[in-house]
Ligand binder design. Structure first.
Ligand SMILES: [Zn+2]
Length: 316
């Protein structure tokens, strides 16, 4: 403790008896918390996360019989007189409280992450999809990447409003990649997301009741649901009905969705059936449409592949 702090305390408790707990061994600046010579007065519980203990440490002091922390100078005891007796209850000092807060945050984050990793296994059934992250983005469409990153940045606001995205446009424009990158980025923050498509969900949700492991409402455990390739699914009333149930469950729970589709704006605004219109209307109410156009990535990849092979084989 430096002179000024000491003076302050002495001023505050002018007439009090200050009884300091002596350091048993000389202060060693290299010592870690709980090692002999650790400078409690200088560091307090700053470096502690998992080992917070409430006992006294070297440098702590008693003022009129109440224990104070050597580092933050707040009490480590609550004193109460009751029926003629004085009781001293241990309480965390300010720096211990902060250390506990950090510990709690760490545990929360770890738990959320463990959950998210489980979800990732469940949702990203496609091994490739897992690697579709912003970090691996080829930079081909910086405009769209910026939009997607902004969605991640403002996710808590979008989440609160239940606002998602509808990524539509020509085949191969990177819609799935963009949606998966958002989900991956949020999963990294410990936010549970599911990336799937209607076909895959139909298999799970429309299985015979005895074998069914998932109900429509279970999808609401995910803060973000990414549904890839809307309208690629078969055309029948069971499918349309299930599609509506999925979209409507999210809508009612106020939870966001990101949907990708090869449908055009015209297709979305004037669907080919009333059943589809019901689904699209719900989607358009909560998903901000983003038209994605651009070079066909899949075609380009295929072309690159052919060029590589030609080079390898010495053709042309
Ligand atoms: Zn303290």
């Amino acid at each position: 403790m430096n002179r000024t702090e000491k003076d302050c305390i002495n001023d505050l408790f002018q007439d009090s008896v200050i009884d300091r707990i002596p350091y048993t061994v000389p202060i060693n600046p290299e010592a870690r918390p709980y090692e002999p010579g650790y400078d409690w007065a200088a560091h307090g519980y700053d470096e502690l996360d998992d080992n917070v203990k409430w006992d006294t440490h070297e440098g702590d002091y008693y003022i009129d019989g109440v224990l104070y922390c050597a580092h933050c100078h707040t009490p480590k005891q609550h004193v109460r007189d009751w029926q003629g007796k004085t009781y001293r209850f241990p309480i965390p000092c300010q720096c211990q409280k902060e250390a506990l807060g950090r510990q709690e945050q760490k545990i929360k984050r770890r738990k959320a992450m463990e959950k998210a990793l489980r979800y990732r296994e469940l949702g990203f059934s496609d091994e490739v999809l897992k690697n579709w992250t912003f970090a691996r983005d080829d930079g081909a469409s910086p405009k769209y990447t910026a939009i997607m990153k902004r969605y991640v940045e403002h996710f808590s606001e979008c989440r609160a409003k239940g606002q998602g995205l509808l990524l539509y446009g020509s085949c191969g424009s990177g819609k799935t990649y963009a949606a998966a990158a958002i989900a991956n980025a949020l999963i990294e923050q410990g936010i549970p997301c599911l990336v799937s498509n209607f076909d895959r969900l139909f298999d799970k949700l429309m299985a015979p009741k005895a074998q069914r492991t998932m109900e429509v409402e279970d999808l609401n455990k995910f803060e973000l649901l990414v549904l890839d390739d809307l309208d690629a699914e078969a055309d029948n009333k069971y499918v349309d009905n299930m599609m509506f149930r999925i979209v409507d469950a999210r809508y009612r729970a106020g939870l966001p969705m990101i949907i990708t589709t090869n449908l055009t704006k015209q297709d979305l605004l004037s669907p080919r059936s009333v059943a589809k219109k019901r689904v699209y209307d719900r989607i358009l109410e909560r998903c901000c449409p983003v038209e994605m156009t651009g070079a066909n990535r899949r075609a380009k990849a295929m072309q690159d592949n052919i060029l590589d092979m030609k080079k390898l084989l010495g053709i042309g």
